[in-house]
Design a protein around this ligand. Structure first.
Ligand SMILES: Nc1ncnc2c1ncn2[C@@H]1O[C@H](COP(=O)(O)OP(=O)(O)OP(=O)(O)O)[C@@H](O)[C@H]1O
Ligand SMILES: [Mg+2]
Length: 259
């Protein structure tokens, strides 16, 4: 079976000559459907670049990216944009909510721009907001919400079109422990729906326990891969993983380069 996300020798460089920044230096990676995959590593190591390429916000300089077996480079621009729009959701580090629209309108916006009638877009927005437990604040304006609530609206906006691939850039970084836990519970519930794959970039070692695998990046490479055994019906807080970054990573399999 095809992987949900498959990268081969993916390279991305910003700038040229002396000023060139080698953000990705040949990334090989396979992520299965149903997997919640975490990406960690120091600032500047290439995490946002990698997920932006998966989400189609950036284009790789070299190498192959396949989503559910499809190599987007072989498609026309329009087919590519359409594929991304149907299959990919992106939760940005900044929430990027439109301040002059209600919560529900924010979630409905891209579908309305995509041509869905307002009524249907608003209905689907209501469903997505229900999934992130924000039904009671649909008519609120974004700036009246807490950080955790805004993050949940941003997640609703990313999942409203039912994408198979969801990438999230530091979704819990601005949140306290309890709100971060709520957001991860929501992402975990999305990941276990059939045929979904999630990549979550994080610095937050308290959320490692929600992952199936954790990749550590350094200087444009994946230098380590650890598998966890997530048990959906176990209370997550009793999962046998240390909250310390180093111990949490030491309990897994050794790094095995892909491809
Ligand atoms: N648009 C750009 N133009 C030039 N350089 C860039 C651009 N985007 C990223 N970079 C550089 O590429 C490298 C990787 O950046 P990236 O944003 O992927 O890091 P990151 O791992 O997400 O870091 P952080 O944890 O701080 O968010 C960095 O050195 C960054 O300065
Ligand atoms: Mg980043």
């Amino acid at each position: 079976m095809d992987h949900a996300i498959s990268l081969r020798k993916v390279v991305k460089t910003f700038g040229e000559g002396q000023a060139a920044v080698h953000a990705l230096r040949g990334i090989n990676l396979d992520i299965g459907a149903g997997e919640l995959f975490m990406l960690i590593g120091p600032s500047g190591c290439g995490k946002t670049t990698l997920i932006s390429i998966v989400a189609g916000i950036l284009r790789q300089d070299a190498g192959e990216v396949r989503l559910f077996g499809e190599d987007l480079r072989t498609m026309s621009e329009n087919a590519q944009a359409d594929f991304r729009a149907r299959n990919v959701g992106f939760v940005f580090q900044q929430y990027n909510l439109v301040p002059t629209l209600t919560v529900q309108e924010n979630v409905a916006l891209t579908m309305m721009i995509g041509g869905l009638p307002r009524r249907r877009a608003m209905d689907r927005a209501a469903d997505a907001l229900f999934d992130v437990e924000m039904s009671d604040r649909m008519q609120a304006m974004p700036n009246s919400l807490s950080g955790g609530q805004q993050q949940r609206v941003a997640i609703a906006r990313a999942i409203v079109h039912n994408p198979r691939i969801l990438v999230c850039d530091e979704p819990t970084s601005a949140l306290d422990h309890e709100k971060g836990r709520q957001v991860m519970e929501i992402l975990r519930a999305i990941a276990i729906k059939p045929g979904r794959a999630l990549i979550v970039v994080t610095h937050d070692n308290r959320v490692f326990k929600y992952s199936d695998r954790i990749a550590t990046m350094q200087d444009g490479h994946i230098i380590r891969m650890v598998r966890r055994h997530f048990v959906p019906h176990d209370p997550v807080d009793s999962a046998p993983v240390s909250t310390s970054a180093s111990a949490g990573l030491a309990d897994g399999t050794a790094f095995a380069p892909v491809g």
